[in-house]
Design a protein around this ligand. Structure first.
Ligand code: PGA
Length: 247
């Protein structure tokens, strides 16, 4: 199976011209690769500009509303994202859980609406430094997984991309040991097996991924892909990451 190489641009870059420049530089490598499916999750303001470019790169948003439409100032719904041509949406990123106080219940609602509108959710889960230190990582993941996936039927569960992103590794340069990531993968597979035996779960890793450590996440941790923040804004580095999907 092709590896999922997902770029999360967060609140970057500042101008459309810069967004187009980065995208067009990534495009060549992404399209030449037989081993990677590349997805760029950009700020909403750039989505339409990226969607008009003829490319194999898929486009995603970084959040959607927990409501479909109505009096929700500042929100953008899953339905709107689908209507402009988006295919993916990141849901439950730790920055949104922390800075916007998103709850597991809201995240569940967003996942339900994304699936209802035929968007593929990239569902982020992960513990913070204190929780890792307290040895509560697996309790945290269990709660996020179980509460996030309430009332999602088999047809929806099999579409979700689960992104394990330990908060202590995001943007810190402290990338996680692939051995530890593999343990998390086994734990998540087990949680899913208890919920539904038939799902072939897609699990990716995110947190300080770069061209030097990415191969270990594929070969040692057996990840189905990576979610890349900082390095996805550097087209040379991101292209190298895409190239590392080659077995
Ligand atoms: P990072 O971010 O690669 O900059 O650590 C990952 C993410 O937040 O998705």
């Amino acid at each position: 199976m092709k590896k999922l190489i997902i770029g999360n641009w967060k609140c970057n870059p500042l101008k459309t011209s810069e967004a187009l420049k980065i995208f067009n530089k990534i495009k060549k490598t992404a399209e030449a690769s037989d081993f990677a499916n590349t997805i760029i999750c950009a700020p909403n303001i750039f989505l339409k500009d990226l969607l008009v470019i003829k490319s194999k790169i898929k486009i995603g948003a970084q959040n959607c509303s927990a409501a479909e439409q109505g009096a929700y100032t500042g929100e953008v719904s899953a339905k709107m994202l689908k209507k402009i041509g988006c295919n993916y949406v990141i849901i439950g990123h730790s920055e949104r859980r922390n800075l916007n106080r998103e709850t597991d219940q809201e995240i569940n609602q967003k996942l339900i609406l994304a699936l209802k509108n035929n968007l593929i959710p990239i569902f982020c889960l992960g513990e913070n430094k204190k929780q890792r230190f307290d040895k509560s990582t697996f309790d945290v993941l269990k709660k996020q997984f179980q509460e996030g996936t309430v009332k999602i039927p088999e047809s929806g569960l099999k579409k979700i991309i689960f992104a394990y992103e330990p908060i202590w590794s995001i943007g810190s340069g402290n990338f996680a040991d692939p051995k530890l990531i593999k343990e998390v993968k086994i734990f998540l597979l087990d949680l899913m097996r208890k919920k539904n035996k038939k799902i072939e779960m897609k699990i990716i890793y995110g947190g300080s991924v770069n061209s030097k450590n990415v191969s270990d996440y594929f070969s040692k941790a057996k990840m189905d892909g990576v979610l890349v923040g900082g390095a996805s804004l550097n087209p040379i580095e991101f292209s190298k990451i895409i190239d590392k999907a080659r077995p």
